[in-house]
Design a protein. Structure first.
Length: 172
């Protein structure tokens, strides 16, 4: 499967469609865990996960001849650089698209002067965790805004080498 990665506006309709698909997937994965939570906790969790367009540094989608198959965002979370909303459709998994999208986030954060990239995920997303670990992300304590509403999150960080990714790959 040949694909192309495009940087798009945060409100691009293809990006929005992929985020909606991610929301459905996460609802299936996390729904049973959140079934009995009080309404105020659910509302606080939704607020913690909210992303405003002014926080988004970049949004990328992966496209094949069949349409959009992947999405990721890089956002500024205060002074931090955070990977958000990574999805690869089930039909396109296992082809390196998630890795390529994550590498785009890493490189853009590096170009922006980031010392590290952080992310938040959970046990119901084992394929995401495996990808992040394979790229060198290591566990880090749960950070805000997730600490109060999702204390069982799994958070990761990647300390960035200031050299561009392509030069690091060329040396490998």
């Amino acid at each position: 499967m040949t694909y192309q990665i495009l940087e798009v506006a945060v409100d691009d309709s293809r990006a929005a469609m992929l985020r909606a698909a991610l929301d459905e997937d996460l609802g299936r994965r996390y729904g049973p865990l959140n079934r009995d939570e009080p309404a105020d906790v659910a509302a606080a969790r939704i607020e913690a996960l909210r992303i405003t367009p002014d926080e988004v540094v970049s949004t990328w989608i992966a496209i094949t001849d069949d349409g959009p198959v992947g999405h990721v965002m890089l956002r500024r979370l205060g002074s931090e650089w955070e990977l958000k909303r990574l999805i690869v459709t089930s039909a396109a998994r296992g082809r390196g698209i998630g890795r390529a999208l994550t590498e785009r986030v890493i490189e853009r954060a590096r170009q922006g002067g980031a010392q590290r990239v952080i992310l938040q995920t959970g046990v119901p997303q084992p394929e995401s965790i495996a990808l992040y670990v394979s790229l060198g992300f290591t566990p880090t304590p749960v950070y805000e805004p997730y600490r109060a509403t999702m204390p069982n999150s799994l958070c990761f960080e990647l300390t960035l080498d200031p050299r561009p990714l392509d030069r690091l790959i060329a040396r490998s």
